[in-house]
Ligand binder design. Structure first.
Ligand code: TYD
Ligand code: MG
Length: 448
């Protein structure tokens, strides 16, 4: 019998150590070491092989064939957009997201749309009857969906080989386990072993496999980092539980564009695709109130109009508040400093609150000018001109810098009925119905 002894493993990179360590020497993360049982014959662990046949001989690249027919549309436009047109046969994917965000619902809806696919759903999180309840809520009949409630990985693999589904969904990777290991489901060892086996079933048997994964408090997918290296595609499903919209973001994609974004809305009847997100984020805008300003951010290749809201009020605190939601707090402080120094607006003794409407989190610096315009509008208590778009990155000298995809941003604003755009000095080509007002400094752009 193999003799087991205690070892410590880094939950971030999988580095093994005989002692517990505070700092991982391999990846530099703190407090990531967890106790694991080391199986004496460790070599066995690294030889996970689920194939029944010998691996094929090496082939010449020129002899390898690839056709786009290997890509199957999911019939969900927003999901296809993120995947780069559909699912590639035999690919291995990971879908991460907070609990309750709608990962399982999204998978069921994909099953509904792809009624010609044979789908095996490994249910580790919920019982078959719970899944049935959800399926009836979204109107899924489920003739093409086989629910498998056993989470032992060897049985899962055997079942997949027997059924040969077009797609296997493992909900979730944290609940499947290998009986060869002593550790609990969800431990680093288990996740690594199980995902290695699933990877082989995807590559060798050509079964497209999608794993659902939990995320940690920091928003990373729980488990070893190698999980993300192993898969072809990593998707993140994100959103605020208090809001209706959900963003599906491509974080890594070997078969298509990375960083594309799909937008959905969670309603009583499941997820609905949002084909025009600008509509969604501007729907409740009130342009007669001071402090509101519209900008256009890029999410992947997609321009989205969003509303920036600022509120500047006299402070009752000894240290005035600077609060940002959906926007980087330090960038807000920087932009306030630039407004003070370059435009001459005084924020001393004023509380500043900044909010991106709709619960969106943005990192596109093209929103700088809109943030400053909203702040200036609120402190002066004069509303920003209606139907006006502000785009531009702002530097410390108060200069407005160019932004990528300017034309696409302007086209989106025009499509949404905007009349005017304030933008950096640039050779903007193309004919726009919009009045274009270029400015090289913030003080010129937000002059009232
Ligand atoms: P779920 O898909 O179970 O999330 P995950 O798998 O990511 O944990 O989504 C559950 C949430 O979605 C739950 O809070 C209820 C909500 N929901 C709706 O609002 N409408 C619906 O039609 C469905 C099916 C779920
Ligand atoms: Mg779920």
């Amino acid at each position: 019998m193999a003799k087991n002894k205690i070892q410590y493993e880094c939950s971030s990179c999988g580095h093994l150590s005989a002692k517990w360590l505070g700092l991982c020497p391999a990846c530099g993360e703190w407090h990531t070491f967890e106790e694991v049982m080391a199986v004496k014959e460790t070599a066995k662990r690294h030889k996970v092989d689920v194939s029944q046949t010998d691996s094929a001989d090496a082939v010449r690249l020129s002899d390898v064939t690839f056709s786009n027919e290997d890509r199957k549309s999911t019939n969900l436009q927003e999901l296809d957009r993120v995947l780069g047109g559909g699912l590639i046969k035999g690919s291995f994917l990971l879908l991460g997201g907070d609990p309750g965000i709608g990962k399982s619902t999204l998978m069921l809806q994909m099953a509904q749309k792809c009624s010609d696919w044979n789908i095996l759903y490994v249910a580790g999180e919920e019982s078959a009857s719970q899944i049935k309840q959800r399926a009836s809520r979204i109107g899924l009949k489920g003739d093409n969906l086989l629910i498998y409630s056993n989470t032992e990985i060897q049985s899962v693999i055997a079942q997949a080989r027997k059924i040969k589904p077009d797609l296997m969904i493992v909900d979730s990777i944290q609940t499947v386990f290998s009986s060869d290991l002593n550790s609990l489901p969800g431990s680093v060892q288990q996740i690594r072993e199980c995902s290695a086996m699933l990877q082989q079933i995807a590559k060798k048997e050509g079964i497209t496999t999608l794993m659902i994964g939990h995320v940690t408090k920091e928003g990373d997918i729980a488990g070893p980092r190698i999980l993300e290296h192993m898969v072809d595609t990593v998707l993140h499903f994100e959103g605020d539980q208090s809001q209706l919209h959900r963003l599906l973001r491509g974080v890594k994609n070997r078969f298509g564009p990375a960083h594309e974004v799909g937008v959905f809305e969670m309603r009583d009847t499941g997820l609905h695709e949002v084909v025009n997100p600008s509509d969604l984020f501007l729907s409740e805008m009130n342009s007669t109130v001071s402090g509101n300003c519209v900008t256009c951010i890029m999410e992947g290749s997609r321009p989205i109009l969003i509303e920036v809201q600022a509120l500047v009020t006299p402070s009752n605190y000894s240290t005035p508040q600077r609060t940002a939601s959906g926007f980087d707090q330090r960038r807000l402080q920087l932009l306030i400093a630039v407004l003070e120094k370059r435009v001459g607006l005084g924020f001393a003794g004023q509380d500043v609150y900044l909010n991106i409407a709709g619960g969106l989190k943005i990192s596109d610096t093209a929103a700088d000018l809109a943030v400053m315009s909203a702040l200036a509008s609120s402190i002066r208590d004069i509303p920003v001109e209606d139907k006006t778009l502000y785009v531009g990155e702002v530097g410390l000298g108060g200069e407005i810098r160019r932004v990528p995809f300017l034309i696409r941003r302007l086209q989106e604003a025009e499509k949404m009925g905007f009349k005017k755009a304030v933008l950096p000095n640039s050779e903007t080509t193309g004919s726009f119905k919009l009045t274009l007002q270029t400015a090289d400094t913030v003080s010129k752009a937000i002059r009232n």
